[in-house]
Design a protein around this ligand. Structure first.
Ligand code: PLP
Length: 423
């Protein structure tokens, strides 16, 4: 007979997914209730409140889209953009390209403002293009895990507002592990997924919408208002092309009217509630500081192994770092993958490969969620040292663990000063 599922023990230290907090997994095993059970509706309301804290927002419209992070991204873009709209996409990695692709599929005209991978986009260039194009939406990724860079967002909210555009941010890779200020930065719509710094499994997409964005989306609610889409295309905007990802309907479903839309993914609701509860208990600021501390120790440790980090230190995300695969291993096309495979097989530790122009060039190492802890960082560095040496690379004995330990002994402000000095 087929046996019960029994995954091997792993330490997930890649760019995501990461190990879910055991408390989140336990919450997912809680019994199910019906769709309109008062317990369910109360839990939904409570969950909205918990996520407002994580997002650092007062937005009434703060809820979950059922699906992975991409469902949140697509719901935001397809609900904000209609065919013929202009959208400006500052892009510095693969996920910026994804925002462009989804916008294009929604029928929008995409204006890319690109930066070389390993850097971020100059806000002055964004301001210039937004001034010329006067788009409906500016859509940007906060931390692009493909390059491990985080775009500073402080200036973009004002740029969007100055030109009457809405600012959308994909915060999947940064929320819960880096400072993220929805309201203070003037962000209109932001979306995420649980499987990075938020410490849950993939499958639920937290979303938050400003009143301005919600009003824009409500104006497209033709079915509810009894207006046939094609009769009235001009007045309030065309009907949202997706039913499942129609944020107008999803707002009504989470709102006081509880209009039925889809069947809530109850176990994922429990997971998302527990993720937000744990973040609130730790403190949003303390959690970002924890990710910064363990992320800095990992960077120091990887350099201590003689590996060269990729990208501009000024813009590095707290929670993921890319390192160049040593020349000697890169000479063999499968060299980098063989080292990752050995780390998984011999140590049970997973690190990440990379995409596009970086494929075969760098590995990506994540330090996030429950993985942002000392023993996980040190075990990863120790394991990597051994597999690198066995693959023929020259690595200083104990160099990774020693450098990480030294970083842990350095006060936090000296760590960031050191990173500044390195660039
Ligand atoms: C990991 C990641 C995603 C993932 O999307 P999924 O649908 O959950 O696979 C999206 N955006 C960014 C910036 C990411 O880093």
């Amino acid at each position: 007979m087929t046996s019960q599922i029994n995954p091997p023990p792993r330490l997930l230290m890649g760019p995501g997914p990461v190990d879910a907090d055991p408390r989140v997994l336990r919450a997912m095993a809680a019994p199910l209730v019906g769709q309109f059970d008062p317990f369910m509706t109360d839990t939904m309301t409570e969950t909205m409140g918990l996520w407002r804290e994580v997002w650092r927002t007062a937005n009434e419209q703060t809820f979950l889209v059922d699906g992975t992070s991409r469902a949140g991204i697509e719901a935001a873009l397809v609900s904000l953009l209609e065919p013929g709209d202009d959208v400006v996409v500052p892009s510095f990695g693969r996920f910026g390209q994804l925002l462009a692709e989804i916008s294009e599929r929604a029928g929008a005209r995409v204006h890319l403002v690109e930066a070389e991978w390993g850097t971020v986009v100059d806000p002055d260039r964004v301001a210039e293009v937004v001034g010329q194009v006067r788009p409906r939406v500016v859509a940007v990724v906060h931390g692009d895990t493909s390059t491990t860079m985080a775009q500073p967002l402080e200036a973009l909210g004002q740029i969007a507002r100055d030109h009457d555009a809405l600012l959308y941010v994909d915060a999947t890779a940064t929320l819960g592990g880096n400072v993220f200020e929805t309201d203070a930065w003037g962000i209109d719509v932001a979306t995420a997924g649980l499987q990075k710094c938020l410490g849950g499994p993939s499958g639920s997409a937290p979303v938050t919408l400003s009143e301005r964005a919600a009003a824009r989306i409500r104006s497209r609610r033709h079915v509810e208002a009894g207006i046939r889409a094609d009769d009235d295309a001009g007045a309030a905007g065309r009907r949202i092309a997706s039913n499942y990802l129609d944020l107008a309907q999803i707002m009504d479903y989470w709102g006081p009217r509880r209009l039925n839309h889809h069947t809530e993914a109850t176990s994922m609701l429990y997971a998302a509630r527990e993720c937000a509860r744990l973040i609130g208990a730790e403190g949003v600021g303390a959690r970002a500081a924890r990710h910064a501390r363990h992320g800095a120790a990992m960077v120091a440790g990887l350099r201590g192994l003689g590996l060269e980090t990729f990208g501009d230190d000024r813009f590095r995300m707290n929670n993921v770092v890319a390192v160049r695969i040593p020349d000697r291993l890169r000479a063999d096309p499968g060299g980098g993958d063989a080292v990752r495979a050995a780390l998984l097989e011999d140590f049970g530790i997973e690190i990440g490969t990379s995409f596009g122009p970086l494929h075969g060039q760098v590995w990506r190492v994540g330090v996030m969620g429950t993985g942002a802890r000392r023993d996980a960082v040190l075990a990863t560095l120790a394991g990597l040292e051994h597999v690198l040496r066995r693959a023929g690379a020259v690595v200083p004995a104990g160099g990774g663990v020693d450098a990480a330990l030294a970083a842990y002994d350095t006060p936090a402000d000296a760590v960031s000063a050191g990173l500044e000095g390195d660039r």
